[in-house]
Structure formats: C-alpha cells, structure tokens
Write a protein that binds this ligand. Structure first.
Ligand code: ADP
Ligand code: MG
Length: 229
C-alpha cells in the first residue's frame, strides 16, 4: 500500500551544509492491516519519519509511493486531499478544539470533503464514539473530559474518513499508565475492526509490544526488533 524506498533526511544549516543526518537509507513497506511500532529515544527521528509517511514533510532523497502514486508528483492541494482521504493522524497532544463538542470535533475532518454524505458521517461518528466508550460524552466539550477520554476521541477523529492508515505519534505519551494502557488497547482493537494499517511511534515498550511488528530507529536506520531485544 505504501512503500518507502531509500529515504534519507538531512537537515541543513544556514550555510547550506549538512547539519544533521536524521534518517539514512530507510526502506519500509506498509501493507493493509499492518500494525507497526517504531521505537527509539527522543530526538532519533521518529516524528520526522512519521511525518514523511503522512506527507507532512518531504525526504531529502528517496521515494514514497502510495499504491501507484509517487507522493513527490503531487502538489500541495493534492497532498492535502491525499492526507484527508487516506491518512488519520493522532498526536501526543489531542488538539481538540475547546469550543466544539466531542461530536463536532470528530466530524471536523469530514468538512473538507464535499462528496460525503453528512448524515452517514454523523451516524459513523456516533457509532465509533460508542465503541470507544464515549457515548455519554458526545455533546460535552473537551475541557470536561479526562486526558484519556480526549485521546479516545482523537482515535475516532482519525478514523472518521475511513482512512487506510493511522499514524500515531506518541499517542500515549502524555497519559497516566492506566489511560495509556486503555488507549493502546483501543488503537489495536480499532486497527483490527476497521482494517486499517497502524503505525505507532513511541518510546513505550508496553505499547510497542501490542503491535505485530516493532522496529527500533537507531542511528538513522530501522532495525527489526525481536521479541527478546
Ligand atoms: P523524535 O520524534 O524521535 O524525538 P524528531 O524527528 O522530532 O525526533 O527529530 C529528530 C532530529 O531532527 C532532532 O535532532 C531534531 O532537532 C532535528 N530536527 C527536527 N526537525 C527539524 C527541522 N525542521 N530543522 C532542523 N532540525 C530538525
Ligand atoms: Mg517526536
């Protein structure tokens, strides 16, 4: 579904010389239904890699191909349509709009798409909110919810447009241990139920262990992590 081929990402300083090689020759294939964790210490390039898969950032060299489309061939408008249609994002901070209800927040990504049938979206939002245990919070505001509940709402927001891939950047990083466990389990459950690919960037081994496959980002390269490493 999505193929990364020989991805390099360098950051340059003002003089135009390479300041830092964050990613070095990364190749990865993500298929429908995959559940992948990417582990690594702070600053190793996990967000950089995830943002590249989500087309929020561009590699210095190498290609990212979604189905048969090379993302480098798309202009900004096409990229934003691509993201809205195919990718669901979850970040460490929930970024819910405080002035909108939970239901309105999870419906926000549908507004960009004029073709969608609004009543169907409402129905789907309510069903998903019920699956994540927020049926009694649909008309409340984010400020009235706990951190774990807000993050559960962002899982619904990420799924609302029926994406093929969910990209989650430290989704449990700001939660207490119990809520982190619940959100981790929920991500796996939704990944299986909604048949999406899930890529989770985390430094939590507990969360990584819930995924089928785990990689460690070490010195700019991805290394497959075996169960005892
Ligand atoms: P992680 O998510 O693993 O903590 P990041 O991908 O955010 O790491 O960052 C990897 C490295 O790249 C860090 O050293 C960071 O300072 C650097 N970096 C990230 N974004 C930029 C940027 N826009 N310009 C220069 N350096 C950057
Ligand atoms: Mg990061």
């Amino acid at each position: 579904m999505i193929k990364l081929k020989n991805i390099h990402k360098h950051y340059f300083n003002n003089a135009g010389t390479v300041k830092q090689e964050v990613l070095k020759d990364i190749s990865l294939e993500i298929k429908q239904g995959d559940a992948i964790a990417i582990l690594g210490p702070s600053g190793c390039g996990k967000s950089t890699l995830l943002n590249m898969i989500g087309s929020l950032d561009k590699p210095t060299s190498g290609s990212i191909v979604f189905d048969d489309v090379d993302l480098a061939s798309l202009n900004d408008k096409e990229l934003s349509e691509f993201r809205n249609k195919h990718i669901g994002f979850i970040f460490q901070m929930h970024h819910l709009m405080p002035q909108l209800t939970v239901l309105e927040n999870v419906l926000l990504p549908t507004l960009a798409n004029p073709d969608r049938y609004k009543e169907k979206d409402q129905q789907r939002a309510k069903e998903l909110l019920s699956v994540v245990g927020l049926d009694d919070k649909t008309h409340q505001f984010p400020g009235q919810l706990s951190g774990g509940e807000c993050q559960r709402a962002t899982v619904v927001r990420a799924l609302i447009n029926e994406p093929q891939i969910i990209l989650a950047d430290e989704p449990t990083g700001s939660l207490d241990h119990k809520s982190a466990g619940q959100v981790g389990n929920l991500l796996v459950k939704m990944q299986q139920q909604q048949k999406v690919a899930l890529i989770v960037v985390t430094h939590s081994r507990e969360l990584a262990n819930k995924m089928q496959t785990a990689y460690e980002l070490i010195d700019g390269n991805l290394k497959l992590r075996t169960s005892n490493s």
